[in-house]
Design a protein around this ligand. Structure first.
Ligand code: GLN
Length: 487
């Protein structure tokens, strides 16, 4: 392993400034690593020529001392975020030949700070899934154990960071798609507050839940990437004006011994024999609880009567929104058009039948059903009300506590193929992540432990809206106290 690939983003910036190596030397090492790990199927597209051109440009910026916050740093991008002139497929046949005509706001921001856009990462088709097995272009393998899934839907992003091809990646999270793959691959992943990162240029799945966020291997790099991509954007009508007043601290300070004693930490941990949880996840929670108490934090067990409904609520609301958002793929305006269609109706029917995969079809059917007349009140409207209750419950929790900790996933990464024929068991892997999206709050998955086989276990730190800085401080504290087990 080339030792260059072990450095954090901050270390690279320092080293590049001090001319310990050139941007080109670093980027070539990343490209070699991508080549060596090709069998993991992490990238849907990687264009070394373009990447090396960007490296040259970054080197010039170092030479003239005019560098951005991410100058010369390779960042991979989930293939549902538009990059001008690049294929943006959402891992779907229906967009296989679609070239994005503009940059998403996050891409503009990354470019402005000198980042090198390093390839388009694999995902579940239209971000619908928890394992990357729903990609139309093959599953991504987990770099820690290639027989296992990397999680999803941002599986390629998490794997690119875990395989140490790049130090950071950008993904999207609608119901857990950043945190769960981060947990499965042993890296950090942040789902930011809804409205803090612009969704302009993110291909919509469920617009009221979708949020873009970063992956990295340490908390400082997460804070740095988040500071670059967040911010108000007039191009996104759900961008929140409050974000204008927030300054992200890219050097989060660990809490002092005194501060720890004043922090109230809610824990939502499984009981000792909780069904559906791996014993290693349960054991990790028990150990963490003991450590927290010993360290002097105020630990408050959290009981929610509502979170058990979150999967049901999510699969009504997210599919309803998806059925509307995906109506635009009609064989006329975007992407794939069936060559077999003989009239207009056939263009619609055949293009969609041939272009979408089975999971996407399942969701469109479900979403159309819950929105149809007669069922709207019973399902969609009711789920909206229940969503509001979840949000209010969180509001009340955060009046009493600073953070809530909960495992990211009930299990360690499962084997490829293990759950493909059982959508319900697949949906259950989002049990602990979905309520966060329903409430719009931020949550960070921290790689907290490994089981006996070396498979990673992630822990979420949830906070109230716009409290990312606080979450980063707690993660930094865990890091400094040696409680983190990152790749
Ligand atoms: N796994 C969830 C789903 O299948 C969440 C996906 C996501 O966050 N994009 O919908």
């Amino acid at each position: 392993m080339n030792e260059l690939l072990n450095y954090s983003i901050k270390e690279h910036i320092k080293n590049l400034k001090e001319k310990k190596y050139t941007v080109k030397e670093y980027i070539e090492a990343c490209l070699r690593k991508a080549e060596e790990t090709k069998h993991f199927n992490i990238f849907l597209k990687l264009n070394p020529e373009k990447i090396l051109q960007m490296a040259d440009k970054s080197q010039q910026n170092y030479n003239s001392n005019q560098i951005g916050k991410l100058e010369g740093i390779p960042i991979s991008i989930k293939d549902n975020i538009c990059e001008d002139g690049e294929q943006t497929t959402c891992a779907s046949k229906i967009l296989q030949n679609f070239i994005a005509p503009y940059d998403a706001t996050v891409i503009q921001k990354l470019k402005k700070e000198g980042a090198i856009l390093f390839g388009r990462t694999n995902l579940d088709e239209f971000a619908m899934g928890s394992s990357t097995e729903n990609s139309a272009f093959g599953v991504t393998k987990n770099p820690i154990d290639p027989e296992r899934v990397p999680g999803g839907s941002s599986g390629g992003s998490a794997a690119s960071v875990a395989a140490k091809i790049v130090p950071g990646s950008i993904g999207s999270d609608t119901g857990g798609s950043i945190r769960q793959p981060a947990s499965f691959c042993g890296v950090y992943g942040l789902k930011p507050t809804y409205g803090s990162v612009s969704r302009y240029g993110l291909v919509a799945f469920a617009s009221s839940l979708d949020q873009i966020g970063p992956f990295a291997r340490n908390i400082d790099d997460i804070a740095l990437l988040y500071s670059v991509i967040q911010g108000y954007d007039k191009n996104d009508s759900t961008s929140h004006p409050k974000i204008k007043d927030i300054v992200i601290n890219t050097e989060p300070q660990a809490y002092t011994k005194e501060e720890k004693k004043s922090l109230k930490i809610g824990i939502y941990f499984p009981s000792e024999n909780e069904e559906g949880f791996d014993s290693s996840v349960i054991k990790t929670c028990l150990e963490l609880k003991e450590r927290l108490i010993k360290e002097g934090y105020n630990v408050i067990p959290v009981k929610s009567n509502l979170w058990k409904y979150s999967i049901a609520i999510y699969y009504i609301l997210a599919t309803a929104e998806a059925s509307s958002n995906l109506a635009r793929y009609d064989g006329i305006r975007y992407g794939y058009r069936s060559p077999n269609a003989k009239n207009l109706i056939e263009v619609y029917i055949r293009s969609r039948t041939e272009g979408f995969g089975p999971e996407v079809k399942r969701r469109i059917l479900l979403g159309t059903y819950v929105l149809s007349s007669g069922y709207y009140e019973a399902f969609y409207h009711k789920a909206q009300k229940a969503r509001k209750m979840i949000r209010e419950e969180y509001r009340n929790f955060f009046k009493e506590m600073d953070f809530i900790l909960a495992p990211t996933s009930p299990t360690v990464p499962f084997k490829i193929g293990e759950r493909v024929n059982d959508p319900i068991s697949m949906y259950k892997s989002d049990l602990l992540t979905i309520s966060v999206n329903l409430a719009g709050i931020p949550a960070l998955s921290v790689p907290i432990a490994k089981d006996e086989q070396g498979l990673p276990i992630g822990m979420q730190i949830k906070g109230w809206h716009f409290e990312e800085n606080k979450i980063f401080r707690l993660a930094k504290t865990f890091e400094e106290d040696g409680w983190v087990n990152s790749i």
